[in-house]
Write a protein that binds this ligand. Structure first.
Ligand code: SF4
Length: 349
């Protein structure tokens, strides 16, 4: 990579953030390590509008790292319900317990120590160190990689670790000297990638109230290769998975299964995928559901069961749950939606 000098990137970004950046996001107020960490983890794979809705509710449920560590993982998953990528919620819980048990309830300020905690990668560790402790550390999330690669015209394959290593080194050279500017600069990188130099349709020239401060310096713009950057050749392999849902309702309760701690929707509640039914039960196939996960395409066949007799002995992983109790469980989005329809149909029946 050739990181030619792009004049005054850092001061320009700081000036841009002050004028056109975001200043009123809920996690920008009262920046404690706990609040910054939570927002960073939520923002990793969830849209900012959804995070704004869910962040406050999560904080109300678990106001401190101690509250989060002492909760059950089921409660944490229930509060996370619908946001997807549930490993994040399980890691939040584990990380809170490590902070309580090994750091006396106070997040460390050293980026390397932060990075050793469950679910905290290098960029998240840097964001916590900068925003909560004013330490000098570089962030490099997906948005920042795109911004740096475009401004400097980096056409290397960013799915390769050598290329990312060089971007990290470059990100470190761009950090402002003054600790006062660090927060504005880091927030500026996040804001610029999220609102101006977006993946598709970046605001190179004036767009609404947004203008790019790097218009004349940006190599991707100059060479007309914006849509080719960032280059990622390695594609995620998506495998197809077929599953059955055995949907059984009895006396205002629905039969649900706590899923195993590994695999799809680990630790969440769903309809049983296998069930021994009493002889004579009626089974009706519902409309198949398609659902896309990060690496899997699910085709789900709901099987609606009318029981004539009681179910034979049930395993510990199965439970009858009242419709009013469903909010207390961690449910994957398609299960939640299906249950909502089922409840409406039940009410309408
Ligand atoms: S000119 Fe366009 S592509 Fe280049 S940094 Fe600005 S917004 Fe991004």
């Amino acid at each position: 990579m050739n990181f030619i000098n792009v004049e005054r990137f850092t001061p320009k970004l700081i000036a841009w953030q002050k004028k056109q950046g975001r200043h009123h996001l809920p996690w920008q107020l009262n920046r404690t390590a706990y609040r910054v960490w939570l927002s960073e983890v939520m923002l990793q794979q969830t849209q900012v509008t959804t995070v704004i809705e869910r962040y406050q509710a999560f904080l109300e449920r678990f106001p401190t790292v101690d509250d989060l560590a002492s909760a059950s993982v089921d409660d944490v998953l229930a509060e996370w319900s619908g946001m997807g990528y549930y490993t994040r919620a399980r890691n939040l819980h584990k990380c809170a317990q490590v902070v309580m048990n090994q750091f006396d309830g106070i997040f460390p300020s050293d980026p390397e120590q932060l990075e050793s905690l469950p679910g905290i990668g290098r960029s998240t560790a840097a964001a916590i160190a900068v925003f909560a402790y004013g330490k000098s550390a570089a962030i490099l999330d997906g948005n920042v990689k795109r911004v740096l690669a475009r401004v400097w015209g980096v056409q290397d394959d960013l799915s390769k670790s050598a290329a990312v290593k060089e971007l990290w080194a470059h990100a470190e050279t761009l950090l402002p000297d003054s600790s006062e500017d660090l927060i504005t600069y880091t927030q500026g990188l996040m804001d610029f990638g999220a609102t101006c130099c977006t993946q598709s349709n970046p605001a190179c020239s004036v767009k609404g109230s947004m203008t790019c401060p790097f218009l004349n310096a940006c190599q991707a713009k100059k060479l007309n290769i914006i849509q080719n950057i960032p280059l990622k050749i390695r594609k995620v392999k998506v495998s197809k998975v077929d599953m059955n849902w055995w949907v059984v309702v009895r006396d205002g309760k629905v039969l649900l299964e706590k899923r195993a701690h590994q695999g799809i929707w680990a630790g969440l509640w769903s309809f049983p995928e296998e069930l021994s039914l009493p002889v004579g039960s009626d089974i009706l196939d519902g409309k198949p559901i398609q659902h896309l996960l990060s690496h899997r395409k699910l085709t789900i066949q709901p099987k609606l069961v009318a029981l004539k007799k009681k179910l034979p002995k049930m395993g510990d992983h199965l439970s009858w749950v009242g419709f009013a109790e469903l909010d207390k469980l961690g449910l994957p989005t398609p299960v939640k939606l299906f249950l909502k329809d089922l409840n409406l149909a039940r009410d309408g029946a």
